[in-house]
Design a protein. Structure first.
Ligand SMILES: [Zn+2]
Length: 471
């Protein structure tokens, strides 16, 4: 069915590669619920991702993977032969675009298990249609999965795949220790040649290594983000970094006796962040620098929530193998009992600082970071991140924009994805209810359209339930 339109184009002598749908494998087909050249979503509320008000009772026409028409249900004609979905009482929003995702999960002390195959299903089921893997301990897995997904051999979001971490000497078994700036440049060049489209600097990198890495990546039109510690946010902004992970939680700019190129310890930095005044001049000066240098900031509230006492159990734990579920539940109990935890004050402070950055005109993007002590479950946590942005002080419409258009803007793909508009790729999430007024409705995903093909979230989740941790 889907190739019919394409075959016609070929017959007419015009090859429209952009409209070519992948040839799906049978294993991918098992998760597809809507696949037709023309699909009409009728009587649906549209939350378009721009932050503008929701529009009730609309009709949206998808043709060969592209949004072909949008308008009031009373005025848009449903094309003959279209597959019609009456979405009365439901909403459609853009596919989620989040930027701190991983294809690994903490499985044992200091060990990250490679869970790419199950994670890409969970991300897609949660409404994620594009994601950046913000750091890679999988070697070639991110790249291979990206290719297989693009080819229709695996279900999953489009992946901006990050190369293995750029880090100095560390205790992480699954990271290489950079020797110097030339080494950093070589590592960037190698992985860019292998197809990586993004890079992540880590806590023990030096300024010289970061400078060389940024220079090499930028020469190739690629971006660098960082979970920093040894390098301050201000130093990284001056070097030309594109993005900073974890809001301000990883900033060591305010550590008074900070030695250049040395990480004073994550906790030392976080104590200064917890005591920071978001209206004070030191913080405002840093925000001005980041905004002036066009450095984006990635909010990863989901991972910090799992470290904060008194927070609800995170969603989606039943997908884990029992051992990993138990392991997280024990961590959760330990966190709950730790009333001295720095995160009690740091979590709300982190929210206030991120909000101030966004209000000052900075590009705030979102991600989930399925690391920490576990409990950050792909897909479920992307929805949770949107809820937490609302708790941070954004309206639901603003939170949805941060989780869709802002991510697309950072990736330079906002002309194709990130909002619902005529001519854009049909990456859409159909949810029951109205997330523009009740953000928790983003949990009620009915169908996820990626390039106009609808996936069934229930089937994707059922295929991994109770098994995540094994593959
Ligand atoms: Zn991470």
């Amino acid at each position: 069915m889907r190739t019919a339109g394409f075959a016609l184009s070929l017959a007419a002598g015009t090859v429209i590669l952009a409209a070519q749908a992948p040839q799906f494998s049978n294993s991918v087909r098992a998760f597809i619920s809507v696949d037709a050249p023309v699909v009409a979503l009728t009587h649906v509320r549209i939350v378009d991702g721009t932050g503008g008000p929701a529009r009730p009772d609309q009709t949206l026409i998808i043709r060969n993977g592209t949004i072909d028409e949008i308008g009031a249900a009373s005025s848009v004609q449903t094309p003959a032969g279209a597959t019609v979905l009456d979405l009365t009482g439901k909403s459609v929003m853009p596919g989620i675009v989040m930027l701190h995702e991983h294809l690994y999960y903490p499985t044992g002390p200091g060990v990250y298990g490679q869970l790419g195959e199950s994670f890409v299903r969970l991300y897609l089921a949660g409404g994620v249609t594009t994601m950046r893997t913000a750091g890679n301990v999988n070697g070639f897995m991110d790249l291979k999965l990206k290719k297989l997904i693009d080819e229709g051999q695996q279900p999953g979001p489009a992946i901006d795949s990050t190369a293995p971490y750029l880090n100095g000497p560390s205790t992480f078994l699954q990271m290489r220790d950079l020797k110097d700036a030339d080494d950093a440049r070589r590592q960037v060049a190698y992985w860019a040649d292998m197809g990586a489209t993004s890079f992540k600097a880590y806590m023990a990198i030096t300024r010289d290594e970061l400078r060389a890495a940024v220079d090499e990546a930028h020469k190739r039109g690629l971006k660098v983000t960082g979970h920093l510690c040894s390098v301050t946010y201000a130093e990284a902004a001056d070097i030309g970094i594109d993005d900073l992970e974890h809001g301000f939680m990883a900033a060591t700019d305010f550590v008074t006796d900070k030695q250049p190129d040395v990480c004073p310890g994550q906790g030392v930095g976080q104590r200064t962040i917890g005591a920071l005044d978001e209206n004070g001049e030191p913080f405002r000066a840093l925000v001005r620098k980041l905004v002036d240098r066009h450095v984006a900031l990635t909010s990863t509230l989901t991972v910090f929530e799992t470290l904060t006492p008194g927070r609800p159990m995170p969603p989606g734990l039943d997908v884990l193998v029992p051992e990993l579920r138990q392991q997280f539940e024990q961590n959760y109990d330990r966190t709950t009992q730790n009333q001295e935890s720095i995160f009690k004050a740091l979590f709300p402070k982190g929210m206030a600082l991120e909000r101030a950055f966004a209000r000052a005109g900075g590009l705030l993007v979102a991600g989930t970071d399925p690391t920490g002590g576990g409990g950050v479950i792909p897909g479920y946590s992307n929805q949770r991140q949107l809820e937490l942005l609302v708790e941070e002080g954004f309206t639901p419409l603003e939170a949805i924009k941060i989780g869709t258009l802002n991510g697309a803007t950072y990736l330079g793909r906002e002309a194709r994805i990130g909002t619902i508009a005529r001519g854009k790729q049909a990456d859409l999430v159909v949810v029951d209810g109205d997330p523009s007024t009740n953000i928790a409705d983003v949990r009620k995903v009915q169908t996820v359209f990626k390039q106009g093909v609808g996936y069934d979230p229930e089937k994707l989740i059922a295929s991994v339930r109770g098994k995540v941790g094994l593959w």
